[in-house]
Write a new protein. Structure first.
Length: 318
């Protein structure tokens, strides 16, 4: 009898609080459904703008997991590093009028170092060492006037404006604009960062590869539109055609031409500011060529300066 009375009281208590319980259950179901939708949308690269407002500002645990996995790829044997002195040598060659495309026109086998050879290639010792390097660069970047450019990434417009310094040493002169793809649902973090490690090829999340990758912060990098394999003829065409809209897991995707320009001209320590604004910038938002998925040249980025790029041959014929 006592047990029946206790059970009845419990039922009555639950009934009185039924509204709160229903709300709690509905909220739980909603959050679970939202998490599943976010997870699927990111993996499938669905551009659902409403998720950007619902899921917050690059603080989802899914983004944190991605950036953690991206950092682990620093130790991938697929990575090919770009040394600062190597870039400086290319710049000097360009100034003297020499052909600098020799290294770019090599075959994939020539680009990837053979086992036991590591000329112009080095692997990161540990992620901890990379983090320390970034801290050192941030410290050295306090005197920004020593760097030729200042990079501003408009996350909302998926547009980049590069500035040079004026006579007062302030970066107020717009120099170059680039179209880009930032992270889906604001996965690219806002803030001020400084460039560090550079790669000729880098393995990316999802077993794809990027040319001319330059680290912005942690697992967030500038790099070309991904390739299915470490070959210049294996471009992910459908991802290239998304330039100008949010499309990545957090990195900033660029054309090969623009990714290479940053790698060549913006030394480690260069400031990168990522922000939101409805105005694309003083130079506007450039357009990227649309690649026909039926084109025999669809595996190549049209802007890649490689002499073997078939898009260049097509232009010459025209």
């Amino acid at each position: 009898m006592k047990k029946q009375t206790t059970f009845r009281k419990t039922i009555e208590k639950v009934w009185k609080n039924r509204a709160a319980i229903v709300i709690a259950i509905a909220a739980t179901v909603f959050m679970c459904g939202l998490t599943v939708l976010e997870f699927v949308a990111l993996r499938m690269e669905w551009n659902l703008p409403v998720l950007a407002y619902v899921t917050g500002d690059s603080d989802s645990y899914i983004f944190e997991e991605y950036r953690s996995d991206e950092m682990k790829l620093d130790e991938s044997t697929e990575n090919v590093m770009l040394e600062e002195d190597m870039l400086q040598g290319e710049s000097q060659s360009e100034n003297s009028g020499k052909d600098i495309t020799q290294g770019e026109s090599q075959s994939e086998d020539d680009i990837v170092p053979e086992e036991g050879k590591n000329e112009n290639v080095r692997q990161e010792d540990t992620v901890q060492g990379e983090n320390q390097q970034e801290k050192d660069l941030q410290q050295s970047a306090s005197d920004e006037a020593e760097f030729p450019y200042y990079i501003k990434v408009n996350r909302r417009q998926n547009c980049i404006t590069v500035y040079t310094s004026d006579e007062n040493g302030e970066y107020t002169i717009p120099y170059k604009a680039m179209i880009c793809s930032t992270g889906l649902y604001n996965a690219t973090p806002r803030g001020t960062f400084h460039l560090s490690t550079k790669y000729l090829w880098r393995e990316l999340y999802g077993k794809v590869y990027g040319q001319y990758a330059t680290r912005i912060t942690g697992g967030v990098l500038f790099h070309s539109v991904p390739y299915y394999k470490k070959s210049k003829s294996a471009l992910c065409t459908e991802k290239y055609n998304k330039l100008g809209q949010q499309a990545s897991m957090g990195c900033v995707r660029l054309t090969v031409e623009d990714a290479k320009w940053i790698a060549d001209n913006c030394p480690s320590g260069t400031t990168v500011e990522i922000y939101d604004d409805d105005d694309p910038g003083p130079l506007g938002k450039p357009a990227a060529a649309h690649i026909d998925t039926d084109s025999p040249n669809k595996g190549w980025d049209p802007t890649d300066p490689d002499v073997e790029n078939p898009w260049h041959q097509l232009s010459d014929d025209e």
